[in-house]
Design a protein around this ligand. Structure first.
Ligand code: URP
Ligand code: ZN
Ligand code: ZN
Length: 474
């Protein structure tokens, strides 16, 4: 099948220009000047994109589908989360394999089973949550499985955290084998101490989640990882940057030549600790927590100045009230969620919905609001993740030979956003009532139209696992 998308305005990470896009099978065959000869064939389907914008399909480098936590599970799986992603213009997602005691091969196999229902393209990062000589010896085998990234945690003591010595060794191994270490940066010891004190003093409400996870812990931990990156020469990617001080540390370290990069997520640009103080504050509980308006502003500045390289979502939704079912594809669904911690903030599952929200929210409140350019938007949400995570130029590019993953945007479409509009399998949306101008109208995955307006044309099992190669340091 050949598809010609005519007269669109293409937006890439570096340029904005008028062109026609010729798609053959799963790939972009050519980007043609608007007046160029168009191949005559009976088998060409033409899509008129006059007045529309076209971007590469979004790449979300940070999601958690079907993730067990606190006796429940994140409420989007590899089908429902992928479908929501597609409606928001994202065609590739990466999520994190839980590290099981049986080893990486076993852990990855289990994740492939969960992801068999994938509806868009996807790849995996490997959580590294215990470490010994055997684990160290196993790390290079991940590359054969198409996984070139490891996530380490400096928080969640006794559960996910590694000590600094183990993290340092992991960095040495990653450097040797061309892998990238992703780091969750908070100070686990400070958190444990403050949580114990808060509970002792009888504090149980959601905002105590934020009071007990201070920003300075994230800041010093970011510098700690950056220092290890500089010392070992291993690239490090700081996930979900939330505090302005982390941006300062990242920039300082990069100026010293450390191969360190960073990601932030939309909630850290828009929300603050005051949201956790609301009666429904549990809706905003994730780790690291929301910070202050000053932090929001510093993160925006870091994006505008190209100090931070990507925007992911850390999509990890839970129901606000998991005792009341919602309707999803004609079936009722209820999954235990935030209500598990109604009497104790430490029992509220950590995580937020966002995989569908990311691009449309950033378009209106980032690009249209003048905080980042349209080209930066594409770089941060598609091209840079593709480069850093070893998928470029197959993904994240409007180039001949690339996968035909693209989004046709209606730049004038007005949407009152919220839970009724979003396809996340949960009962709330953080951006309830926000007015949007501009929304994805058609979404193509490898040349196949999977979203057409409000119609879902994608399918369970239609997504492909992407084996990744070594990425770039940006
Ligand atoms: O609260 C969050 N972010 N949950 C997901 C796990 C993580 O640390 O990214
Ligand atoms: Zn994390
Ligand atoms: Zn995460």
């Amino acid at each position: 099948m050949t598809i010609l998308i005519k007269n669109g305005t293409l937006i890439t990470a570096t340029e904005t220009f008028q062109a026609n896009i010729l798609i053959e099978g799963e790939h972009i065959r050519a980007i043609l000047a608007p007046q160029s000869e168009i191949p005559h064939s009976t088998d060409v389907e033409t899509v008129d994109a006059t007045g529309k914008f076209i971007t590469p399909g979004g790449i979300d480098p940070h999601c958690h589908f079907d993730l067990p936590m606190f006796g429940t599970v994140s409420s989007d799986d590899h089908y429902t989360g992928h479908k929501a992603a597609a409606f928001g213009g994202t065609t590739t997602v990466m999520d994190f394999v839980v590290h099981q005691p049986q080893g990486f091969h076993y852990s990855v196999e289990r994740w492939h089973e969960k992801a068999a229902k994938a509806a868009i393209d996807y790849s995996f990062h490997m959580n590294l949550t215990h470490f010994d000589d055997q684990v160290a010896a196993e790390i290079p085998t991940l590359r054969e499985m198409g996984i070139t990234t490891l996530k380490v945690f400096t928080a969640y003591n006794g559960r996910l955290r590694l000590d600094d010595g183990s993290i340092f060794r992991a960095l040495q191994i990653a450097k040797e084998h061309g892998m990238l270490v992703m780091a969750h940066c908070e100070n686990g010891d400070v958190i444990e101490t403050l949580v114990a004190q808060a509970l002792q003093e009888g504090h149980h409400t959601p905002e105590w989640h934020a009071y007990t996870r201070p920003a300075w812990g994230a800041v010093e931990s970011t510098l700690r990882l950056a220092a290890m990156s500089k010392e070992t020469g291993a690239p490090v990617y700081i996930v979900h940057m939330n505090a302005g001080g982390e941006a300062d540390m990242l920039t300082y370290a990069r100026q010293q030549g450390a191969p360190v990069m960073g990601e932030t997520c939309p909630p850290y640009l828009f929300f603050t600790i005051e949201h956790l103080q609301r009666p429904d504050g549990a809706k905003w509980i994730c780790s690291p927590p929301m910070r202050t308006a000053t932090d929001n502003a510093r993160l925006w500045k870091a994006l505008a100045n190209n100090e931070i390289q990507t925007i992911g979502t850390d999509h990890c939704p839970f129901f606000f009230d998991g005792t009341t079912p919602i309707l999803y594809e004609g079936q009722t669904v209820a999954i235990p969620g935030k209500e598990l911690g109604k009497d104790d903030f430490t029992k509220i599952p950590n995580g937020l919905p966002g995989v569908q929200d990311r691009l449309p929210i950033l378009w209106t409140y980032g690009v249209r609001a003048g905080k980042i350019s349209a080209n930066q938007f594409v770089a941060l949400t598609a091209t840079n993740p593709a480069k850093i995570f070893g998928l470029y130029p197959r993904k994240g590019a409007l180039l001949p030979g690339a996968d035909a993953d693209l989004v046709i945007w209606d730049p004038d479409k007005k949407v009152k956003y919220g839970v009724a509009y979003s396809h996340h399998r949960t009962d709330y949306n953080l951006y309830e009532g926000w007015e949007l101008t501009g929304y994805p109208e058609k979404v193509f995955l490898r040349g196949k139209l999977i979203v057409d307006g409000d119609q879902w044309l994608g399918q369970r099992g239609g997504g492909q696992f992407l084996k990744r190669s070594q990425g770039e340091i940006l």
